[in-house]
Ligand binder design. Structure first.
Ligand SMILES: NC(=[NH2+])NCCC[C@H](N)C(=O)O
Length: 304
C-alpha cells in the first residue's frame, strides 16, 4: 500500500505525482479551453507545443529526483491535457480526497487510478455529488486548512470557479481537527489578469511561517487582511498584477528550505535567496501559458 500523509505545504517531500504533457491533444479550440490565459494563447497562435512542455516537465522531474523525491506520473489518457495533477485529487492528513472537478477535465482522473488503487481504501474519501473542489484551492497549513472558493452566484457564473461553498462545508465536516479558513477569489473567464483561477494562483505559504500573496486575487479585503495578520507583514512577499499573471505565487516547496521557481522570476527569486531559501530555478514559461505553474502540476502524496 502507498503511504500518504500531508500536513502542510512545505515539509520535506517524499513522494509526488507530477503531471505529463505527452499526447495532450495539441492546441484546443477556444470552446474546449477552460481558462482565459489558454484562450489568449490560442488566439495569438502561441499555445505551447508538446515537445517544449515535455522538456520543461522533465527538467522539473529531475530537480525533484535530485532531492530524493519519488516521482509518479499519470498513465497516459490519449488527447487529454494531464499537466495539472494538482487539481484532480489531494491529500490532507492521511486521507486522499477524490473530488468532483470541472466536467471538461474528468478524463484526467483515469490517469491516476493506478495510484489511488494502491491506497488503503479506508484512507480514500469520495466527495459528495453536490460538492466541487479542485486541489489548487486546497492548502493544509498545520492547524489550519486554507481553501479558495466561489459563492453560489459566482460559481454558477464562471467556468474558472472551481470550488463551491458545499465543497468548503464538506472539507470542514471531514477534517474537524483543522480550522478551515475559506477565501472567496476574484474570477474572470475573459481576462487572465483579473482571474485567480485557484487559490494557488494568488497565494502560497513557504518556509515555516512565510507566504507569497497577491492582494488582487481576494474578493473580500478582510481575507487578505487576515493572511497579512496571520503571517505578519514582514514575512509576506507581495506580488503585483503582472507577477500574478506570470504565476509567481505558484512556485513549489520541496522542503521548508528548498523552493523550485521559474527562472524568469528574478525579483521573487532574489528575495527568496535573501531570506535564506535555496532556489532551484527551472524553465516553465510554456506551461505558464495555460494558467498553471509548478505547484499546479504536482500532487504531493507524502511529506515528512
Ligand atoms: N492549481 C492550479 N492553479 N491549476 C491550474 C489549472 C489550469 C488549467 N488550465 C485549468 O483551467 O484548469
Amino acid at each position: 500500500m502507498l503511504k500518504i500523509y500531508i500536513n502542510n505545504e512545505t515539509s520535506t517531500l517524499k513522494s509526488v505525482v507530477l503531471g505529463v504533457a505527452d499526447q495532450f491533444g495539441g492546441t484546443p479550440s477556444l470552446e474546449a479551453a477552460y481558462d482565459p490565459k489558454s484562450k489568449e494563447h490560442i488566439r495569438n497562435g502561441k499555445f505551447p507545443a508538446e515537445e517544449d512542455m515535455i522538456m520543461e516537465m522533465t527538467g522539473f522531474a529531475r530537480i525533484l529526483e535530485r532531492h530524493g523525491v519519488e516521482v509518479y506520473r499519470p498513465s497516459l489518457v490519449k488527447d487529454c491535457n494531464q499537466i495539472f495533477s494538482r487539481d484532480i485529487g489531494f491529500v490532507i492528513d492521511d486521507k486522499f480526497v477524490r473530488p468532483n472537478i470541472l466536467e471538461k477535465r474528468v478524463r484526467e482522473l483515469e490517469g491516476i487510478q493506478y495510484i489511488t488503487d494502491q491506497i488503503n481504501p479506508g484512507q480514500l474519501l469520495k466527495a459528495p455529488d453536490d460538492t466541487r473542489i479542485e486541489g489548487g484551492d486546497v492548502m493544509p497549513w498545520n492547524e489550519l486548512l486554507f481553501v479558495g472558493y466561489s459563492n453560489d452566484e459566482d460559481f454558477n457564473k464562471y467556468e474558472v470557479a472551481r470550488t463551491n461553498k458545499a465543497g468548503v462545508d464538506y472539507l470542514h465536516a471531514q477534517f474537524p481537527n483543522r480550522e478551515v479558513k475559506a477565501f472567496e477569489l476574484n474570477k474572470s473567464d475573459v481576462d487572465p489578469k483579473e482571474n485567480a483561477l485557484h487559490l494557488d494562483c494568488c497565494f502560497q505559504p513557504i518556509g515555516t511561517n512565510q507566504a507569497i500573496i497577491y492582494r488582487g486575487g481576494f474578493k473580500r479585503p478582510e481575507d487578505y487582511q487576515f493572511l497579512i495578520h496571520y503571517f505578519g507583514k514582514e514575512r509576506i512577499i507581495e506580488v503585483d498584477r503582472e507577477e500574478m499573471y506570470a504565476m509567481n505565487s505558484n512556485v513549489f516547496s520541496i522542503s521548508p528550505e528548498v523552493i523550485v521557481s521559474e527562472k524568469s522570476f528574478v525579483r521573487l527569486n532574489d528575495i527568496l535567496r535573501e531570506r535564506g531559501f535555496q532556489v532551484e530555478e527551472t524553465g516553465y514559461m510554456e506551461i505558464a501559458k495555460m494558467e498553471g505553474l509548478l505547484r499546479c502540476s504536482t500532487l504531493p502524496l507524502l511529506r515528512e
